[in-house]
Design a binder for this molecule. Sequence first.
Ligand code: IFM
Length: 475
Amino acid sequence: ALYEGQERYLDAFWDTCEIDVYGDGELNRALTYNVYQLLQSVTKDRYGNIAAKGLSGEGYEGHYFWDTEMYILPFFTLTNREIARNLIGYRYQILENARENARQMGHKQGALYPWRTIMGSECSGYFPSGTAAYHISGDVAYSVVAYYLASGDLEFMEQCGAEIVVETARLWMDLGCWYQGKFHINEVTGPDEYTCMVNNNYYTNALAKYNLIWAAKLYGRLKEAGKADGLAERTGLTDGEAEAFVKTAEAVFLPYDEELGINPQDDSFLQKKLWDVSAIPEEDKPLLLHHHPLELYRYQVCKQADTVLAHFILEEEEDLETIRKSYAYYEKVTTHDSSLSSCIFSIMAARLGMVEKAYGYFGDSAKMDLYNAHKNTKDGIHTANMGGSYMGIVYGFGGLRIREQGLSLRPCLPKQWEGYHFRFLYEDSVIEVRISRETCAVTLLRGTEKEIVIYDRPYVLRDRIEIPMEQGAGD
Ligand code: IFM
């Protein structure tokens, strides 16, 4: 009976998250392994989450990080709603701790999620690349909105999602300050752990802006549906406060450098000396094991995707030229010493039409644990990267986006592969995307018809759409 139950459970799991690459068996095996490990490691209730090393090793002491929201939840949001709700539900369970954490850090309002935790309290030992990484609150809010956009589940927003987004929005209101008509966020650490305690980290600011806008939007949508009373009661949110969120969001300062045409990672990033990443000898890698943090902080050198990640998740914020130039700039100063980096560079390379480059970064990401590519799998698997390798196919090569404007695809195919396919949930539907050298086929497996944009052209998906592939430019 247990065997049969397990079989049923796994059949249902694979049914919605089927993903295969054709023409590279090794890579396909690694991808399947990654997806399976995510299921193995993830909580099956709202009292747990998913540790940075899953259940496979002692690295990071079983702690939960932003890895969940930005790298792992996207997989579950697209394939298994129950688990996605559990992961968000966990953040709701510890919302009170996040409020307390904010008070401890001197904030009069809002919720600051702990950088690393199990029970809800902050477990970071080193605050510059721990508690100061305030972006985690924006990450949690972002994942709630991503779940809402993919599922349309307003009820879940009513129960808990909107409250998280409102409380994190309040944090930014308290944290930021007005200077010369702009809203600045100072003394925080962005995703890149080789650059700490800075003013106006682009990623954090862009996310704070999004968080503020969506706090007001979710409140508006709940009000429209006559479901905002619970939220207003629990949080005391008023129309006036929601308006203030929007006004502040419009004024959030986003660093831009006219001369380079890029978004600097923060206010002081470009003033620093450049670290020649191409000249780092093998025995000096990863830098964090050979250099004092203070030395690293004084250089333009990044451990991982930071502004490039912001451009992926909040693409609408900038024009493509700025995104392209920023990618080229940060690629030269990024070591990818964090396992959370290559997958994002792969996704954005695909977005910018650099398919060969995307393929290279993707291989590093997908094979990391099954082939022990970083030589540290003995300490545990890299769950964030596993989610990242899934995103590499779906968001990277597949070019899937689910935004407020709806569903879109922009598929490309590396020359080394014959094709790939994946399935995902969107609102009430299960959709399959099959890519070959010649065609892009999108099939509605279950559910109701959907509007979909492919290569910037609108279609209605009733049963099946098959169109010729367009290859990315720029390679
Ligand atoms: O959360 C990550 C961080 O971004 C880089 N260092 C490891 C952490 C846990 O995976």
